[in-house]
Design a protein around this ligand. Structure first.
Ligand code: UDX
Ligand code: UDX
Length: 470
C-alpha cells in the first residue's frame, strides 16, 4: 500500500493500519465513518463531537439518527474499530486522517446573512487541529463549504508556530438521507480534490486507498481542490433546480388539465433528461438544497456575477412559492376559511425514511394554516412530538393550543375537515381511507402534496381529492 505522505506505524504503537478521526457526529459524519469502519476492519475510526448527548446516543442502543440499515453497520463495527468520543483533541492528535464534518449553516448575522455559509465551526476546528497536530496529517473537508475554503484552513495551519505540515483535501459527501447506507455502500462516485503537488497527490492517493476497499476505482474521481469544493454546491443546485422546474410546471398543469406525473414520465424517457428527481411535491426540504443554493448565489455575487446569482436564486423562490401555494390551495378549497377547522397534516419529516425535519415543507404549511386559525393535528411516524412543536412554533415559544400532535394517522384524521399529505411515508398509501372518510365532517377533503395516493379511488369513496399538478 502506497501511503507516501503518512508516517509508518511501529508495531507496538497500534495494531491498526491507519487511524481516522472525524470531527462532527451528525447526519454526514456518523454514517460515513460507520461505513468506512464497517468496510475496513484494520482502520481505526473515531468520531468525535462537542455534543455529549449525541455521542452518548451513538454509543447507546438508540442511535441519534434514523437510517434504514445503519444500526447493523454501527453495531458490527462499534467497539471493534469504530469509536464515538468527546475527546476531540486526543482523537486529532492520534489520527493520520482527520475528516471535518461539522455543520456549515446559513449565516444568520452580519455580511451575507441569510445566504453565505457560516464558517465559524470550520475555522474553530482548523484552529484546534493547528494547536494539537504535532505530526503530519491529512485534513479532509467533508462538510459542504464555499469554494476556496481549503485556503482558510491552510492559512490557519501555516500561521501556527508549532503546527505540523498538513495536506488539505476536499471529499464532499453526496449521500441522501433515508438512503444513506445504500448510497455509501454503492456510491455513483466518490470525489476527492487535492493540491496537484507531489505531497497533494500522495494525500489524494492515501484517501483513494481508503475508499477503494469497497468502491471500484473507476468511480473514484480525483480533481484539483477547487473543482471538488465547487462540484458539491453545483450538484445540489442542479438537483434542486430540477425539483423547482417540475414544481413550476405543476402549477401550469393544474391550470391546463395536464397531469404533471404524465408530463414527468414523458420527458424523463428522453435519455438526455432522465427520469430521476422529477417528482412534483409540496416543495423540497432538507439541510442541503436551500442552504447550498443560497450559498452558490452568494458566491456568484461575491465574484461579480449578479445575473448568475439571480438565475439560481429563482430556484429557491419557486420552492417557497410552492410551499405557500399548497397551504393557500387548502384554504381556498375549504371555502376560503379554515378557522377552527381541524386539518390533519400527515408527515412532518422533509422526506420519508428519515426523522430529519430541517427546512421541511411541513413547517411552512403548518405555520400558514395556524395563521389562518386552523386547528392543526400533525402525525409523523418518526419525528417526536416535542420536535414538531419546536420546529413550527420556535424553540422555547409558548404552546399554541391550535397545534397538536397525534400518535397515529387515524387519530390525526378522526374528525378532520381536511387531510394534507406532506411527507410520502409508505404507511399513508395503505390507510383505510373509507373508514377515515366515515369519521370526517362532509365534504371531506384530501390534499396529496406528494402524489402518492390514487385520487380516482379516493373520489369514488366520496373525498374531494386533489394532488400536485393534477
Ligand atoms: C453535514 C455537513 O457537515 C454540512 O456541511 C452539510 O452541508 C450537511 O451535512 P450534518 O452532518 O447534517 O452536516 O450536520 P449536523 O447533524 O448538524 O452535525 C454536525 C455536528 O458537528 C454536530 O453534532 C455538532 O455538535 C458538531 N460540531 C460542530 C462539533 O463537534 N464541533 C464544532 O466545533 C461544531
Ligand atoms: C440531498 C442530495 O440528494 C444529496 O446528494 C446531498 O448529499 C444532500 O442533499 P437529501 O437532502 O438528503 O440529499 O435528500 P433528497 O433525496 O435529495 O431530497 C431533498 C428534498 O427534495 C426532499 O424534501 C425531497 O422530498 C425533495 N424531492 C426530491 C422532491 O420534491 N422531488 C424529487 O423528485 C426528489
Amino acid at each position: 500500500m502506497r501511503l507516501g505522505f503518512l508516517r509508518r506505524r511501529d508495531s507496538n504503537e497500534s495494531s491498526f493500519f491507519m487511524k481516522i478521526c472525524c470531527i462532527g457526529a451528525g447526519y454526514v459524519g456518523g454514517p460515513t465513518m460507520a461505513m468506512i469502519a464497517f468496510k475496513a476492519p484494520d482502520i481505526s475510526v473515531t468520531v468525535v463531537d462537542l455534543n455529549e448527548k449525541r455521542i452518548a446516543a451513538w454509543n447507546s442502543e438508540t442511535l441519534p439518527i434514523y437510517e434504514p440499515g445503519l444500526d447493523e453497520v454501527v453495531k458490527t463495527a462499534r467497539g471493534r474499530n469504530l469509536f464515538f468520543s468527546t475527546d476531540v483533541k486526543g482523537a486529532i492528535a492520534a489520527a493520520d486522517i482527520i475528516f471535518v464534518s461539522v455543520n456549515t449553516p446559513t449565516k444568520t448575522y452580519g455580511v451575507g446573512a441569510g445566504r453565505a455559509a457560516d464558517l465559524r465551526y470550520i475555522e474553530s476546528v482548523a484552529r484546534t487541529i493547528a494547536e494539537v497536530a504535532t505530526s503530519p496529517k491529512i485534513i479532509v473537508e467533508k462538510s459542504t463549504i464555499p469554494v476556496r475554503t481549503a485556503t482558510t484552513i491552510q492559512e490557519i495551519l501555516a500561521a501556527h508556530p508549532r503546527a505540523a505540515k498538513c495536506q488539505v483535501l476536499s471529499n464532499p459527501e453526496f449521500l441522501a438521507e433515508g438512503t444513506a447506507v445504500a448510497d455509501l455502500t454503492n456510491p455513483d462516485r466518490v470525489l476527492i480534490g487535492g493540491e496537484r503537488t507531489p505531497e497533494g497527490e500522495a494525500a489524494i492517493e492515501a484517501l483513494v486507498a481508503v475508499y477503494a476497499r469497497w468502491v471500484p476505482r473507476e468511480r473514484i474521481i480525483t480533481t484539483n481542490l477547487w473543482s471538488s469544493e465547487l462540484s458539491k454546491l453545483v450538484a445540489n443546485a442542479f438537483l434542486a433546480q430540477r425539483i423547482s422546474s417540475i414544481n413550476a410546471i405543476s402549477a401550469l398543469c393544474e391550470a391546463t388539465e395536464a397531469d404533471v406525473d404524465e408530463v414527468a414520465n414523458a420527458i424523463g424517457k428522453d435519455s438526455r433528461i432522465g427520469p430521476k428527481f422529477l417528482k412534483a411535491s409540496v416543495g423540497f426540504g432538507g439541510s442541503c438544497f436551500q442552504k447550498d443554493v443560497l450559498n452558490l448565489t452568494y458566491l456568484c455575487e461575491h465574484f461579480g456575477l449578479p445575473e448568475v446569482a439571480a438565475y439560481w436564486e429563482s430556484v429557491i423562490k419557486i420552492n417557497d412559492w410552492q410551499k405557500r401555494r399548497f397551504a393557500a390551495n387548502i384554504v381556498k378549497a375549504l371555502y376560503n376559511t379554515v378557522a377552527d377547522k381541524r386539518i390533519a397534516v400527515l408527515g412532518f419529516a422533509f422526506k420519508k425514511d428519515t426523522n430529519d425535519t430541517r427546512e421541511t415543507a411541513a413547517i411552512s404549511v403548518c405555520r400558514d394554516l395556524l395563521t389562518e386559525q386552523a386547528n392543526v393535528v400533525v402525525y409523523d411516524p418518526k419525528v417526536p412530538a416535542h420536535e414538531i412543536v419546536a420546529d413550527v412554533l420556535g424553540k422555547g415559544a409558548p404552546a399554541n393550543p391550535r397545534l397538536t400532535v397525534a400518535a397515529s394517522a387515524l387519530e390525526a384524521c378522526a374528525g378532520a375537515h381536511a387531510i394534507a399529505i406532506v411527507t410520502e411515508w409508505d404507511e399513508f398509501k395503505t390507510l383505510d381511507y373509507a373508514a377515515i372518510f366515515a369519521g370526517m365532517p362532509k365534504p371531506a377533503f384530501i390534499f396529496d402534496g406528494r402524489n402518492i395516493l390514487n385520487l380516482a379511488q379516493l373520489r369514488a369513496i366520496g373525498f374531494r381529492a386533489s394532488g400536485i399538478g393534477k
